[in-house]
Design a protein around this ligand. Structure first.
Ligand code: HEM
Length: 456
């Protein structure tokens, strides 16, 4: 086998060029339409807080102490911004992701056991099977470049479809997938306009996506929930079975069919593309740095010995996990989260007024020079000892009581799929086809992650 040329790693992996000059409203509008992240000022990677006014007062917070205050200590004073909620509500209702206060609390208490370690571990065979099918597709693609970003979307969709509406024949999961994708594509384009207070004439997703598409998606999902209710669980309980069984330990309330449907759709929206992106970016980074990839492959091959990874293997694949952690730092799928202040407060010594928009630009937080040495460099060894990572400086899953409920599900899935693929293939970049990081609600590798996959 010819030696793979080691690339010159004095360059850094692809990143978003952030703005260094103040932008007017029109310039920001134009830039945001292409890539929301490109309106983050470069100084957000050098300072703890940046404030401004574009119609509304807004602040970007990169200080771990201030972020802890927002996400943990003063949670109720910093609910998710109205914008985020208005954006997603037509598709996923008052589900766990959107609800606030008591309506959020009871849903969180009800859903938390669904994602217990044991339940997530029970679902691992579905992830292993999806990893196996993905490896077979990549092998069948032959000695051609493969878009691993698209391949990972397909693979994680396989998983989420199997753990939500599995075996419900009449449920056209692919139709829901397309519906959700179309929705996100439209919704994402305008979200930042709203966050920064752009005028009202900008179309909102409720108006963009026809009500009937959403209504049809919900009707089909409701039917599937009802059918499962009648049929009962068969075999290993999936997320729908577990949620059907769920009960709020405090109030004994159970979810109605529309509540179950909204939460299931939320799991699909929140869980599938985000995990695919994590994997797509991880593979891009492994192809970018062959030394990292060789070390990861050695680990995967010694643990797996030719078979696909299982749930039990995950704890024995620490370096694979470090690569995923570092990919989530450099390319956090949820690159920005935002809140609306309810009461007057002080963050980093600065005045916050009620109704101010407070943004946590996770992308800039993860590349902040005050928090990370050489932040733009790819170095999975940053995560060799997790105790050295400052908690509120690293937020791929958010934090506090509203931390991602699916984080351990996603990480288990990502380790299983990445380890299986790296144990079987050597991935190398296709020259001139580096992906462009573009954020449309999530941080995507525009143009795809085109890699050569050589069977090992
Ligand atoms: C790598 C993959 C994932 C990433 C990067 C991710 C990221 C996030 C982030 C940043 C939040 C907090 C948002 C905020 O505070 O504004 C969140 C919340 C949430 N995520 Fe995930 N997520 C992932 C996978 C999943 C999966 C697999 C599921 C479900 C199957 C899921 C379901 C949810 C739900 C329901 C919430 C709302 C929780 C609440 O507010 O109580 N996510 N996610």
């Amino acid at each position: 086998m010819p030696p793979i040329p080691q690339q010159t790693l004095d360059r850094t992996p692809v990143h978003v060029p952030l703005v260094t000059e103040p932008m007017g409203v029109l310039a920001s509008l134009k830039a945001a339409r292409r890539n929301i992240l490109s309106i983050i000022p470069e100084i957000a990677t050098r300072q703890p807080m940046v404030s401004g006014r574009t119609g509304k007062r807004w602040h970007m917070v990169m200080d771990p102490g201030a972020i802890r205050r927002m996400l943990l200590e003063e949670l109720d004073n910093y609910p998710k911004s109205i914008v985020t909620k208005n954006l997603l509500r037509p598709a996923i209702g008052e589900s766990l992701f959107i609800a606030e206060g008591a309506h959020w609390r009871w849903q969180r208490r009800t859903a938390a056991p669904v994602f217990s370690h044991r339940n997530v571990m029970n679902l691992a065979p579905i992830m292993t099977a999806a990893a196996e099918r993905s490896a077979a597709r990549v092998a069948a693609a032959g000695p051609r470049a493969v878009d691993m970003a698209a391949e990972m979307v397909r693979t994680t969709f396989d998983v989420i479809a199997d753990v939500t509406f599995s075996g419900d024949g009449m449920f056209d999961v692919n139709a829901v997938h397309r519906g959700i994708d179309a929705y996100i594509a439209e919704a994402g384009k305008i979200s930042l306009f709203d966050i920064l207070g752009f005028p009202d004439w900008v179309p909102r997703p409720g108006r963009v996506m026809s009500g009937s598409t959403v209504a049809e998606m919900k009707r089909v999902a409701d039917e599937a929930v009802e059918a499962r209710r009648k049929r009962g669980s068969e075999g290993v309980p999936d997320l729908l079975d577990l949620l059907l069984e769920g009960e709020d330990p405090e109030t004994k309330r159970r979810m109605s069919t529309p509540e179950l449907r909204d939460n299931l759709l939320t799991f699909i929206v929140a869980g599938h593309e985000t995990t695919a992106l994590t994997l797509g970016w991880s593979l891009y980074l492994c192809a970018y740095d062959q030394a990292v990839q060789d070390r990861a492959r050695a680990e995967a091959q010694s643990v797996l010995g030719g078979r696909a990874a299982t749930g039990e293997d995950v704890a024995r694949l620490p370096y694979i996990r470090q690569i995923i952690d570092e990919a989530l730092r450099l390319y956090p799928p949820a690159g920005i989260i935002s809140r609306t202040a309810q009461v007057a407060d002080t963050l980093c010594g600065r005045e916050i007024r009620p109704r101010d928009t407070v943004i946590i630009p996770i992308y800039a937080l993860h590349r902040n020079h005050l928090l990370w040495p050489e932040p733009n460099r790819f170095d999975p060894d940053r995560f060799a000892d997790r105790k050295t990572i400052e908690r509120y400086a690293y937020l791929p899953f958010g934090d506090g009581p509203r931390i991602c409920i699916g984080a351990s599900f996603a990480l288990q899935e990502a380790v299983i799929i990445l380890a299986t693929l790296l144990s079987r293939f050597r991935f190398t970049p296709v020259p001139g086809r580096d992906p462009d990081p573009v954020m449309i609600l999530t941080l995507r590798p525009q143009g795809g992650v085109w890699l050569m996959a050589e069977p090992m």
